[in-house]
Design a protein around this ligand. Structure first.
Ligand code: AHM
Ligand code: MG
Length: 334
């Protein structure tokens, strides 16, 4: 792709349209899909900002497929995403953290070309304390024929087959980060005009990284390799910092901009790890690699893993290349 310079004030729409024009054969369907996701993000962002005033804090009383209490905002974010992906003809199936079964986009629109995996509201335990939360998504191009209902083989496939991925973070500002063949780019929402503007073009993950992020309350439960890694990064001469928000997307975003590693390894309580492969690990691993970083489960490259079921969990080590390599080398016998 030609190295195009975008000036200040470039909107998401202009960026997408001008970038896609450089790909012969692009039909604009992917642009359309990202626009739908951006719209859902704006709606969720508006709700997140008003949650305390709109009676949207707290739990609904339901328990989701993950065995977790559903927060009111979880449900709103899930419904908003589903609605915005349903009607524009670009999607044939959506796999959501909040839904036991994939949503097949049916009727006359089931010819859609893309399969979307989504964690509609990541870091829900942070909602009630106004800490940063987010949305994570991945996009596959379907394998089955367009114009027919989506099939299992369209979605149970390695992350290396992702076409694009991204996330939204709802923090002190709202950002959309999108990764695809065109690289990793960040857009910041200007709420006064309701548009995303290019603010972080061509994001690259700094290496060596200086931050490590882990919930070390599980120390006794971690494998020896994880403990050796933590002992190594805590050496005073390395001058590392420890930062952990408890919202994967926010921890990942900070580490991507500043350089660092996030770990959620296997524990005695969660031998498969806690985080979900299809809509948390895959999209972020895709973004990390596109930005020059890495992602493993301590042994294997995340993007090489083939899911067995929609809600598989996986241990995750993700971030700057040097720290991911160091941790993975130590964890190989865990
Ligand atoms: P969620 O998708 O239900 O919010 O759960 C995933 C979250 C991640 O965002 C975060 O990294 C992790 O759970 C925190 O877990 P812990 O409280 O065990 O540190
Ligand atoms: Mg999550």
């Amino acid at each position: 792709m030609e190295d195009r310079q975008f000036d200040e004030g470039t909107t998401l729409d202009r960026f997408l349209i001008e970038t896609m024009r450089q790909y012969p054969g692009a039909t604009g369907t992917f642009v359309n899909l990202i626009q739908s996701i951006a719209l859902a993000g704006k709606m969720i962002s508006a709700r997140v900002n008003r949650a305390g005033l709109a009676g949207l804090l707290g739990e609904t009383g339901e328990v989701n497929i993950q065995g977790e209490f559903v927060q009111k905002l979880d449900r709103y974010a899930n419904e908003t995403f589903m609605r915005s992906l349903e009607h524009r003809g670009h999607t044939c199936m959506v796999v959501s953290e909040e839904e036991a079964e994939p949503m097949k986009v049916g009727g006359k629109w089931h010819s859609g070309r893309y399969v979307v995996t989504v964690d509609p509201l990541d870091g829900s335990s942070n909602i009630d304390v106004n800490a940063t939360i987010g949305t994570i998504f991945g996009v596959f191009r379907r394998k089955s024929e367009e114009g027919t209902p989506a099939e299992t083989r369209d979605v149970l496939r390695p992350g290396s087959e992702l076409l694009g991925a991204g996330y939204l973070i709802y923090g002190s500002g709202t950002m959309l980060v999108v990764a695809a063949e065109f690289g990793v780019h960040g857009f910041t929402l200007d709420p006064s005009v309701g548009e995303f503007f290019l603010s972080h073009p061509n994001i690259r993950m700094p290496s060596p990284g200086r931050i490590y992020s882990i919930n070390d309350v599980y120390w006794d439960d971690f494998g020896q390799g994880v403990r050796d890694f933590l002992t190594a990064v805590r050496e005073p001469k390395r001058k590392m910092s420890s930062r952990y928000i408890g919202s994967l997307v926010a921890d990942f975003h900070r580490n991507m901009l500043k350089g660092g590693v996030f770990l959620y390894p296997a524990t005695g309580k969660s031998p498969e790890g806690k985080l979900r492969l299809m809509y948390e690990a895959f999209p972020l691993a895709f973004i990390a690699e596109m930005a020059g970083g890495g992602a493993t489960d301590g042994k294997r490259r995340i993007l090489d893993i083939v899911p067995e079921s929609l809600h598989d969990r996986v241990p995750l080590v993700i971030g700057s290349k040097d720290l991911v390599d160091e941790a993975t080398a130590l964890m190989k016998n865990d």
